[in-house]
Design a protein around this ligand. Structure first.
Ligand SMILES: *[C@@H]1O[C@H](CO)[C@@H](O)[C@H](O)[C@H]1NC(C)=O
Ligand SMILES: *[C@@H]1O[C@H](CO)[C@@H](O)[C@H](O)[C@H]1NC(C)=O
Ligand SMILES: *[C@@H]1O[C@H](CO)[C@@H](O)[C@H](O)[C@H]1NC(C)=O
Ligand SMILES: *[C@@H]1O[C@H](CO)[C@@H](O)[C@H](O)[C@H]1NC(C)=O
Length: 792
């Protein structure tokens, strides 16, 4: 096949006399993962573009698609794709057809599995080059494969498929490059054993997008105009935005582990930030200079606090996760699908200027851009009709690198006419004529000098060409990568326990995701969007197929766990509102354990109208551990609920298990302390609502079978021993619980089926099954039992 190809090369040499110079050497391009999605969509087209661009410039090429599939099968898949390669609009169709035919002849498929396979490929390249008397210039290996296979492939290439020392080798890798700082370091270490850093090209395809790739040239070519204003005195803020309309269906196994911050902010948005914020290097054509300046940015970036971010999750996401990852019905994902992050740099140029990095899925539009908004000091006395676009200091002043999609549906660079007329390279960018209907960022297009590329180029095609040219500044160096992870990791850790705000998606999200700068942080503009969600609330009666019946002579509500939790949360809210109508305060006592966590989340996320200000929260029971221990009931209540709602600090009543720096010691009288707090605040020590769970052994609160403690008598709070760790507990007693106006019991999951069946039959036997002693003297009991617990 290759032999024939060489004849065609000779033919081309004759057909294009300008090519008739000595070969600069041969280049073999190996595409690993040749029949995968990325290869199909972009990489083959990019390789074809490379060949189109370079065929006349003195190098010879062969292309090797590779994969795990056997040759016959892989060849069919790859050639299917190659048939459909598109001809760029700026290439004559005849020439394109000729070059395409040539490209196909130069392309082969190889199965690369074992080290012998790699050695065979190596041998093949060497043999044919010597047959045709060609000198080897270099090899490109493009890894379009999952990162877990990087190390193995790298090992094979290093040991069996390196070119001879006088030729170069370049390996291109796709993100993700790790999951946090540690895993990124690990991956980097691993690769470093096989390749020099200069041989590694880490691809972030955003760096190949034309508008992004033009940021630095634009800054340089307009240095004269920009120098005075590209700083904190003139820039009001910088927005770096990537909005998507798609969801992550079918990709949740990846997404659940990464989320939007790792998927988009850590790489694409951060890279763009460095190009905007860096000091212009002395020579922007020098990779080393650019890379050094970029890296410098990280030393000024201030590590964001949790309060610098707002996060959201589209409502259908949790369902996608449960379905695709086969999670339990009460599984709650905290993975954000939307995030806005405020970044600051503490250098002389940028101190105090907010850089806002935003991205999300299932938003109202697909668009990505960078917007640099300048301060406007002018006050205009003339009316707007008399403002002249070119010179008016009244209109907004902004520079926009429009990366793609949106109303323009094209890459573009826009500069407000009242700033300056930019210098743009006429060979690659052209001015766009006005489109009168189009308004962008608050202004008609006619208010801008607006430029679009003469020929749109795909990002991968751009980057493949840069790999060929060895332009490393278009790729992520290891130092850059680790600096970026070091910047993001603390925020990612901090957000682990933060619940994202749920949003319905698309335009229905309305203003739910709008956020504002408050001091050095961000917060959602709509704080308690009860009204926005009212439509949703109206639908709830139909949406929840809860079944109501009787259990132990009391009210029973049953449904699948998700609907059950929604119902319970609504019922608690109703109880709170009606109680506050009468007595101004609502005293709610909550149990620990895992069942209420989904409830806490539901209350925090869906019940924006809950009267938290008038609500007092008490604990039914607590484990004798410090409050910041992961086992602490209060800790969980805090993480899942308290930190998301605005409840006055003084209304929260943790159990005093930790006194005098020791845990639950009788002499410290923690139980008496809690009892007197209750006596002081709760009328008649009668809680408005006590929420209990039920253990598989029939325990409730921390009242355990076969122990008389807390079942009767006048004590209100006691210490007990649990059969499971941590053993020591503090708990409200049965007599106190039975004074409550409402006692509701939440029971969920298959593991509770046996005990539910049992207690549906037994009478009042609190010594054997403490839960059977729940019998308020004048209050109401209700059971919330999900189908799995009720029906098994
Ligand atoms: C890389 O290949 C060279 C040459 O075969 C070999 O000496 C070296 O041990 C290899 N490196 C690793 C980490 O396997
Ligand atoms: C998701 O995967 C299923 C099964 O593999 C497939 O039928 C469906 O088309 C995929 N959906 C999307 C949006 O890719
Ligand atoms: C800038 O860097 C390029 C690439 O390294 C080099 O060819 C060029 O001579 C440099 N220009 C100056 C002015 O140093
Ligand atoms: C407290 O108890 C007394 C006597 O049982 C009763 O009259 C009164 O209504 C109760 N108060 C409240 C707020 O429950």
């Amino acid at each position: 096949m290759l032999l024939k190809a060489t004849f065609t090369v000779l033919f081309l040499l004759e057909a294009f006399p300008c090519m008739a110079r000595e070969s600069l050497g041969h280049i073999s391009v190996v595409l690993l993962g040749a029949s995968g999605d990325l290869a199909k969509k972009y990489l083959w087209q990019g390789l074809f573009q490379l060949y189109l661009d370079e065929v006349n410039n003195g190098h010879t090429f062969t292309f090797h698609g590779a994969g795990l599939k056997p040759v016959e099968q892989g060849r069919i898949l790859v050639f299917d794709r190659l048939k459909n390669l598109a001809c760029p609009s700026d290439v004559h169709p005849n020439r394109c057809a000729l070059v395409k035919d040539q490209f196909l002849r130069l392309t082969e498929y190889h199965q690369l599995k074992t080290s012998e396979d790699y050695a065979a490929l190596n041998q093949e390249i060497r043999t044919r080059l010597s047959q045709e008397d060609l000198k080897e210039a270099g090899r490109i290996f493009y890894f379009s494969v999952p990162p877990f296979s990087y190390a193995e492939i790298a090992r094979h290439i290093n040991s069996s498929c390196r070119p001879p020392p006088e030729a170069w080798i370049r390996v291109a890798l796709e993100k993700p490059f790790g999951h946090d700082l540690r895993s990124a370091q690990q991956l980097a270490e691993e690769l470093r054993t096989f390749f020099q850093e200069e041989e590694i090209y880490r691809v972030d395809h955003f760096l190949g997008k034309q508008a992004v790739a033009h940021i630095l040239p634009f800054r340089e070519q307009n240095q004269h105009n920009l120098d005075p204003i590209w700083n904190r005195h003139h820039v009001e803020r910088v927005e770096i935005v990537l909005k998507e309309t798609v969801d992550v269906k079918n990709r949740t196994s990846f997404y659940e582990e990464y989320g939007v911050l790792r998927d988009i902010h850590q790489n694409h948005l951060t890279e763009i930030l460095t190009f905007l914020a860096m000091e212009l290097p002395a020579n922007i054509s020098s990779s080393e200079d650019v890379i050094r300046s970029k890296l410098q940015v990280f030393t000024s970036l201030q590590v964001p606090e949790v309060s610098s971010a707002v996060i959201g999750q589209y409502e259908a996401y949790n369902g996608h996760v449960r379905e695709e990852l086969q999670k339990e019905r009460d599984y709650v994902s905290r993975t954000p699908t939307f995030a806005g992050v405020l970044a600051h740099l503490d250098n002389l140029r940028w101190e105090g200027v907010p850089f806002i990095l935003t991205s999300g899925k299932v938003l109202d539009e697909r668009v990505s851009y960078v917007r640099v908004l300048f301060k406007n000091r002018a006050f205009c006395t003339l009316g707007e009709a008399l403002w002249n676009a070119d010179h008016s200091q009244c209109k907004p002043k902004q520079i926009i690198f429009h990366i793609g999609y949106g109303g323009l549906n094209s890459p573009a660079v826009l500069i407000s006419r009242n700033l300056f007329k930019p210098s743009m390279p006429a060979s690659s960018w052209k001015e766009v004529l006005d489109r009168p209907q189009l308004r962008l960022f608050g202004q008609p297009l006619s208010d801008y000098y607006a430029y679009v590329p003469i020929a749109e180029k795909d990002a991968y095609a751009v980057l493949i060409s840069r790999i060929f040219q060895g332009k490393k500044e278009s790729f992520i160096t290891m130092e850059n990568l680790l600096a970026s992870w070091a910047f993001w990791s603390p925020l990612l850790d901090g957000l682990k326990i933060t619940l994202p705000r749920l949003y319905p998606g698309g335009q229905e999200s309305q203003h739910l995701l709008d956020f504002e700068m408050v001091g050095r942080g961000l917060s959602f503009v709509v704080k308690e969007p009860a009204k926005l969600l009212s439509n949703w609330d109206d639908q709830t009666p139909d949406k929840y197929k809860t079944v109501q019946s009787r259990f132990r002579q009391s009210h029973l509500v049953t449904a699948w766990s998700e609907e059950l939790i929604s119902q319970l949360a609504s019922d608690i809210e109703k109880a709170a509102i009606s109680t506050i109508g009468k007595s101004a305060e609502f005293h709610l006592a909550l149990s620990g354990g895992s069942s209420p966590l989904a409830l806490f989340r539901e209350l925090a996320l869906r019940h924006y109208g809950f009267p938290w200000r008038q609500t007092h929260l008490w604990l039914v029971d607590e484990r004798c551990v410090p409050l910041n221990d992961p086992e602490s009931n209060f800790g969980k209540l805090h993480d899942y609920l308290l930190q998301h709602v605005r409840i006055p600090y003084v209304n929260v009543h943790p159990m005093p298990v930790h006194l005098n720096r020791r845990l639950c010691v009788e002499e410290d009288k923690g139980t008496e302390l809690y009892a007197s707090e209750i006596a002081a605040l709760v009328a008649n020590a009668s809680f408005h609502l006590v929420l209990l769970g039920v253990g598989a052994d029939g325990h409730t609160a921390s009242l355990f079978p076969h122990s008389p403690v807390g079942l009767e008598g006048s004590e209100e709070v006691v210490l007990t021993e649990s059969p499971i760790k941590p053993h020591q507990r503090m708990t409200l007693t049965l007599p106190l619980i039975n004074k409550a106006k409402r006692v509701w019991l939440l029971v969920m999951g298959k593991s509770k089926h046996d005990i539910v069946t049992l207690i549906s039959r037994v009478g009042h036997e609190p010594k054997k099954w403490p839960v059977s002693g729940v019998k308020p003297s004048s209050g109401q009991v209700a059971w919330y039992v999900d189908y799995e617990a009720l029906l098994g």
